[in-house]
Ligand binder design. Sequence first.
Ligand SMILES: C[S@@+](CC[C@H](N)C(=O)[O-])C[C@H]1O[C@@H](n2cnc3c(N)ncnc32)[C@H](O)[C@@H]1O
Length: 248
Amino acid sequence: MLDYEVSTYGDKSAADYDMLMGGGEPPEPAVAFLTSLVPTGNALELGVGTGRVAIPLAGDGLSVTGVDSSAAMLAELRRKPGGASVEPLLGDFGDLDAAVGDRMFGLVYSMCSTFYFLRTQEEQVRCFRGVAARLEPGGVFVLELGAPPYRRMHERQYVDAFRVRADEAAFFLSLHDPLAQRVDRQQIVMAEERTRLVPVSYRYVWPSELDLMAELAGLSAVSRGSGWSGGEFAGTGRHVSVYRKEAV
Ligand SMILES: C[S@@+](CC[C@H](N)C(=O)[O-])C[C@H]1O[C@@H](n2cnc3c(N)ncnc32)[C@H](O)[C@@H]1O
């Protein structure tokens, strides 16, 4: 997608991410899952956005840092009640050395398919290696990811309606490259007064490929469930995958 940069999605969606763009999903199940794995210490969220999960996660035993490439998203996070409890870092999680320096974490996590925002396999492998380097021994990396679009392997373009009202229509317009595992998408909200465009470009990953990226980085696969409350991942919807760095 021409003119698409690492901050484009965040900058374009920040103002109404929580209301419009899926940021409204309740955080409690994710928070319960993450704290059951790592109740205390330092946590890092990749692509923290408006702090939907980071804010309720911060406190008690965990101190939470959130890296995001969009200054507009981090401004929304700071504005929210409790936002000051999360340390915001402006940076690219594709280059964790630059983003967080030599700090170490017991928990690194990423929500809502945000890992897919790294648009090439090379960047994704580099991210896994960066996470492994920043994890304490015994630390865990948790990824919430949508399943690849299995049913759409033969489709190069498609439209998904996600809201139809008397005065508004909202839909995704996607171009799909199944060989590169790449989707270039406009999220379009059309209303009488204005049209909103939120572009997103991403590379989805097959679960087996994800496990291989982890292995390349020296992380072991722990579990893969269909969501935060458990249940077996059957290939559709989303999965929550957990990897661990060996304790020495
Ligand atoms: C789908 S939103 C998820 C926000 C939040 N984690 C949540 O669960 O609601 C993705 C976030 O990742 C950020 N992002 C995308 N690519 C990034 C990158 N390479 N480095 C840092 N942040 C990135 C975007 O700016 C956006 O805030």
